[in-house]
Design a protein around this ligand. Structure first.
Ligand SMILES: [Zn+2]
Length: 129
């Protein structure tokens, strides 16, 4: 029970000296206190467990919309990425097809050129376009 109530122990730090806060149970209540406080090197006061818990809960509630928003953004980014990937694949296959077409045209041209050469050599060619 007490363990659960003091669940922030080890997770929270002194805002004054950045040392870890420890939890203490007093007859008048439960407190977090700075570990540096004992030698009175740090002036941070004892913080009631309830107060800190409420603050953390408030912070968490403030953060929750952000978490939802981030999830939403992530999903949207992934969707856009998928669309782009699909488009890129499409473009790549289009380009490959065009390259193949151009190669075929080049082959045909080279063939024609070869034939033209033969014609010129033999001087007996009929116009073949
Ligand atoms: Zn401190």
């Amino acid at each position: 029970m007490a363990k659960e109530r003091l669940s922030l122990r080890g997770l929270v730090y002194c805002q004054n000296c950045q040392r870890r806060l420890t939890a203490e149970v007093h007859p008048r209540g439960e407190y977090y206190r700075c570990q540096n406080n004992i030698n009175s090197k740090c002036s941070e006061r004892y913080i009631p467990v309830k107060l800190l818990k409420n603050q953390v809960e408030t912070l968490y509630n403030l953060m929750e919309p952000t978490t939802k928003l981030l999830k939403l953004l992530k999903a949207e980014i992934e969707e856009v990425q998928e669309i782009f990937q699909a488009k890129s694949k499409n473009e790549i296959s289009n380009l490959k097809r065009k390259i193949a077409e151009n190669e075929a045209k080049m082959d045909a041209l080279v063939d024609n050129l070869g034939r033209e050469k033969e014609c010129l050599k033999e001087r007996n060619c009929w116009s073949n376009t």
